[in-house]
Design a protein around this ligand. Structure first.
Ligand code: PLP
Length: 353
């Protein structure tokens, strides 16, 4: 095998426990959309359902929810980024809980007579009922199977004042709905928000990135472990002469004789091409800078002064070269790097708690 990703389920368990320490009495929805941020939604969900008290799972689409049910996941599955018109059949057949965010959806969910969560927009400008619709919404919800009320923070990682404003709006609506439906589930926290102390009206939180071991902001107060380790083999080694160009468009040229290794991992595997001449990989614990353009299936790195052999393993990302560090260099967020690890990279699971 030339390229693979090792998924350490014991680290997932560790992160879950860290989150529980700080989420208080709130129950946890594990966010496993986009194939669990690239980690494999079936295996991740099964593990959490077997080993933890996770309350349920949150996915983006009805297709994603269906896949989990077909793999015999039994707890609640919340579908957060699709409209019911698209997936009502799956919602009914696979007992998926739709998130309703407009009056068309509300009408349909009442016709189907299935449980649902409702979403309000408190400042994200994406999905959810706007404030001027809340009165009408409340009266509509009175006679319905609504089981949850949610909203989403836009800036919990960087703007506490705005986050508190969003929460205040959410609180005012949620507390009114709670009068009508005392058992309602109430949730707004994502990973970045769980350390913030809000009023105890919240019953649940929705956690994604922290489960997988990346911090949503640098001084995030949880001790997390990166669950995924991405690895690839060295498939060729050579000593290039001085003044020798490397890779497409010759963006790097050796200034003296330089030993390089060709790694079987490229942008088709999820190594962002913008890291050309910028990123690094680890070989035998040492950092090796990327030379020249990253190619589709291969990347060339300098191993000058190092003992490296053909067949050695390079770490593309792991605890000592985290997705956060890579994202910072590439001008993006760890979420995107995780999601970009392509299906060609085989996932290998290490069990055991
Ligand atoms: C993805 C998502 C989350 C999880 O966010 P993290 O930052 O990964 O914890 C929570 N809520 C909604 C609506 C989402 O789309």
């Amino acid at each position: 095998m030339l390229r693979w990703a090792e998924i350490h389920l014991n680290r997932l368990f560790h992160n879950y426990r860290e989150i529980k320490k700080i989420s208080g009495r709130k129950k946890i929805f594990a966010v496993v959309k986009a194939n669990a941020y690239g980690h494999g939604s079936v295996r991740i969900s099964k593990f959490l359902e077997d080993k933890t008290d996770v309350s349920g799972f949150a996915v983006a689409t009805f297709e994603e929810g269906k896949e989990l049910r077909e793999a015999r996941i039994r707890r609640e599955i919340l579908v957060m980024a699709s409209h019911l018109e698209e997936g009502y059949k799956e919602a009914v057949d696979y007992r998926l809980t739709p998130v309703i965010f407009d009056f068309e959806g509300l009408k349909l969910v009442k016709e189907l007579d299935i449980p649902f969560h409702v979403k309000i927009d408190t400042g994200m400008g994406r999905l959810g009922f706007l404030e001027n619709e809340w009165n009408e919404l409340l009266s509509e919800l009175k006679y319905s199977k609504v089981e949850g009320i949610m909203s989403h923070f836009s800036s919990a990682d960087e703007d506490l004042d705005f986050t508190k404003e969003q929460f205040k709006k959410f609180y005012s609506f949620a507390s009114e709905l709670k009068q009508l439906k005392p058992e309602i589930k109430i949730h707004i926290d994502n990973s970045a928000a769980i350390p913030i102390k809000f009023d105890s009206i919240l019953t649940h939180c929705r956690v994604g990135i922290a489960l997988y071991g990346s911090k949503p902001y640098p001084d995030y107060p949880l001790n997390l472990k990166q669950v995924m380790e991405v690895k690839a083999k060295v498939i060729s080694i050579k000593e290039l002469p001085s003044e020798f160009p490397i890779s497409y468009s010759k963006t790097y040229k050796t200034s003296k004789q330089e030993k390089v290794a060709v790694i079987s991992f490229g942008y088709a595997d999820g190594l962002l091409r913008s890291l050309s001449n910028k990123g690094e990989v680890l070989i035998n614990g040492r950092r090796c800078p990327i030379r020249g353009r990253i190619c589709m299936d291969m990347t060339i790195v300098s191993i000058e002064g190092l003992k490296v052999r053909k067949g050695d393993t390079a770490i593309i990302s792991g605890e000592k070269l985290t997705f956060e560090e890579i994202a910072e260099k590439a001008g993006t967020i760890p979420y995107e790097i995780m999601c970009d690890i392509s299906p060609r990279v085989k996932r290998i699971y290490h069990e055991g708690v």
